[in-house]
Design a protein around this ligand. Structure first.
Ligand code: GDG
Length: 473
C-alpha cells in the first residue's frame, strides 16, 4: 500500500501539522515466512484528523505495532507516516509494562493492581524521548503538534525544550484519576511536568481536567486559576474537556446499506429469532466490566426473570494485550463463567451467551448493532466508550435500548440511556429488565435524543473544537 521513501531525512523540518500517537494508523504484519505487509487500521482518530491533514502538510508519527521496524517515511494520500521503531525489550517495558500494567490500571480507578517497576519507568522515559526527538526533527518552524494518550505523557515537555517555537496540544483518551490514586505513582511529578509542556491539555470529562489542575497546584506548586495553570516563566497551560466522538455519518450510512440490513436479519435468525437480543462489544479488558455484566445476565436467567426462549446475548470480546498477565487471567475467568451460564441455562441450538473472542470487520459490527435490542455497556471506568455512541448511530429506526455505566465518559452526554452503577449487580439487573420491558414509544423517545446528541457532536467536530482552542492559546 504505502510506498517507502528511501531517504528518511529528506522531509526533515517540513511538516506543519503532526499527530504523535503510540500507534500509526497502519500495522506492519510479519508473516511466519518473514514476509512483511502493511494493513490499515483506520480508527476514529484518522477520520477526526483527516480534514486537518488535508489542509496542511501533515504527518503522523507512531509505532507500527511490531518489533524492530523500519523508520523510513511512508507516503499516504493525505499525510506522511513516520514510523518509530521499538525493540522487543522496549515493547515489554514501555508498552506492556509501564503503559499497560502501571498507568492503565492506575488511571482506571486501580480496578487491577498497578505494578511499579523502575526499569519500566526508565524505558518509558527513553521511548518518550525518542518520540520527542523525532518530532522535533520533522516539525516545521511554528508547527502544530498534537500528542495523544497515556503512553506519551512526557513528550510535550521534551518537545517544548527542544522546540519552543511549536504549538503543542495533548489529549488523554483515558480517565485522569483523582489525586488520591495518582499520588501512588512514584514518578507523579515527572508526569505532571511532562504534560505541562503542552499549551492545551485535553481530557474526556471535566472531572479529569479538574483532577489535573488540582494536582499541579498541590504537587508542583504552580499557581492555577480555574482551568489555567500559570508557570513561573509566564507561560500558561489550559486544561479542558473535549469529549471524543465517532464518525456518525459514516457509520449511519454503513448501517443503512442492504448488505448490513440483510446481515442483521440473518444474525437474528441464526440466534433463533429471540424476542430480545442483548449485545456486549468490548476489547477483552478488565476495565470493561464484562464479568459482572455476564453475571447479571446469568442471575436474571437463574431467577427466571428472563429465559433463553425470549432473551439471549452476544458478547464480542476482541483479543487485547494478550501478553499482559492480568489479561490472560481475565480471559480464563470469563471463559469459565460463560461455560457455566451456558451449561446451566442454554439448550440445544440456543446458548444463553454466544461468546466471540475475535475481532470483526466494521460492517459485521454494524450488523450486530442493528440486530440487537439491548446494548449493554457497563465498564467499571472508561474514558469515553465509543461502542455506546456507535450503537446509537446504527439505530436508524430510533429503536433499541442502551444500558450504560455512569462511569463511562459517554454517560455525560447520553443521559437518556438506562444508566447503571456497574458495581451494583442488582441495579444492573433491574436496568436490563427495564430496557427489555420498555414500551417502544419510551425507547424511541430516548434513542431520538441520544442520536441527535451524537450526530451534532461527531468526531470531526471534536477535532475542530480541540484545534480551535489550541490555536487560540
Ligand atoms: C480508548 C479508551 C475511549 C472493538 N472490537 C472490534 C472493533 N472495536 C472498536 C469499537 C470501538 C473501538 O474499537 C473501541 O473503543 P472504546 O471507546 O470502546 O474503547 P478503548 O479501545 O478502550 O479506547 C476509551 C477511546 O480510547 C477513544 O478515545 O473512548 O474510553 O479506553 O470503535 O467499535 N472494531 C472492529 N472489529 C472489532 O472486533 N471493526
Amino acid at each position: 500500500m504505502s510506498a517507502p521513501q528511501n531517504d528518511r531525512n529528506d522531509q526533515e523540518g517540513t511538516f506543519d501539522f503532526i499527530v504523535v500517537a503510540n500507534r500509526l494508523p497502519v500495522d506492519r504484519v510479519v508473516a511466519e515466512d518473514g514476509e512483511v505487509s502493511w494493513r490499515r487500521s483506520p480508527g476514529g482518530l484518522v477520520t477526526a484528523v483527516e480534514p486537518v491533514m488535508q489542509s496542511h502538510d501533515g504527518a503522523w508519527l507512531g509505532w507500527d505495532g511490531a518489533p524492530d521496524g523500519p523508520e523510513d517515511h511512508l507516503d499516504e494520500s493525505d499525510m506522511t507516516l513516520v514510523p518509530i521503531a521499538l525493540d522487543a525489550d522496549e515493547i515489554e517495558r514501555f508498552y506492556e509494562g509501564f503503559s499497560n500494567a502501571t498507568l492503565w490500571p492506575l488511571y482506571h480507578d486501580a480496578v487491577a493492581k498497578p505494578e511499579f517497576h523502575r526499569e519500566w519507568w526508565d524505558t518509558y522515559v527513553a521511548v518518550n524521548r525518542r518520540f520527542a526527538e523525532r518530532t522535533a526533527r520533522i516539525a516545521a518552524e511554528g508547527a502544530t503538534v498534537w500528542v495523544h494518550d497515556y503512553q506519551l505523557q512526557l513528550v510535550p515537555a521534551m518537545l517544548r525544550e527542544a522546540r519552543p517555537d511549536l504549538k503543542i496540544g495533548f489529549f488523554l483518551h483515558i480517565p485522569f484519576p483523582p489525586s488520591e490514586l495518582f499520588v501512588q505513582l512514584p514518578w507523579r511529578r515527572q508526569i505532571l511536568e511532562g504534560l505541562l509542556g503542552a499549551d492545551l491539555v485535553g481530557f474526556q470529562r471535566a472531572g479529569g481536567a479538574e483532577n489535573f489542575v488540582r494536582l499541579v497546584r498541590q504537587r508542583v506548586g504552580h499557581r492555577t486559576q480555574r482551568d489555567v495553570v500559570h508557570l513561573p516563566d509566564g507561560r500558561t497551560v489550559h486544561a479542558a474537556a473535549f469529549p471524543i466522538s465517532i464518525d456518525y455519518e459514516g457509520l449511519a450510512e454503513l448501517s443503512r446499506t442492504d448488505e448490513v440490513s440483510e446481515r442483521a436479519t440473518e444474525i437474528r435468525e441464526q440466534m433463533g429469532n429471540p424476542a430480545k437480543l442483548l449485545l456486549g462489544v468490548d476489547r477483552l479488558d478488565y476495565t470493561k466490566g464484562i464479568y459482572t455484566r455476564l453475571k447479571a445476565f446469568g442471575e436474571l436467567l437463574e431467577e427466571e426473570e428472563l429465559s433463553v426462549e425470549d432473551a439471549v446475548m452476544i458478547q464480542v470480546a476482541t483479543p487485547s494485550r494478550e501478553r499482559v498477565d492480568e489479561y490472560r487471567r481475565l480471559r480464563d475467568e470469563i471463559d469459565r463463567l460463560v461455560g457455566r451460564i451456558n451449561g446451566d441455562y442454554g439448550r440445544i441450538g440456543r446458548p444463553a451467551i454466544s461468546y466471540l473472542h475475535s475481532s470483526y470487520p466494521k460492517d459485521e459490527m454494524a450488523a450486530m448493532f442493528r440486530a440487537s435490542d439491548v446494548m449493554v455497556v457497563t465498564p467499571l471506568r472508561d474514558g469515553m466508550n465509543l461502542v455506546a455512541k456507535e450503537y446509537v448511530a446504527c439505530r436508524q429506526d430510533d429503536d433499541g435500548a442502551l444500558v450504560l455505566s455512569e462511569f463511562a465518559g459517554a454517560a455525560d452526554e447520553l443521559k437518556q440511556a438506562f444508566l447503571v452503577n456497574p458495581y451494583d449487580i442488582d441495579g444492573m439487573k433491574a436496568a436490563i429488565l427495564q430496557a427489555v420491558r420498555s414500551q417502544p414509544r419510551e425507547l424511541s423517545r430516548r434513542m431520538k435524543a441520544m442520536r441527535r446528541t451524537v450526530r451534532e457532536h461527531d468526531v470531526v467536530d471534536w477535532a475542530e473544537r480541540f484545534m480551535t482552542t489550541l490555536r487560540a492559546e
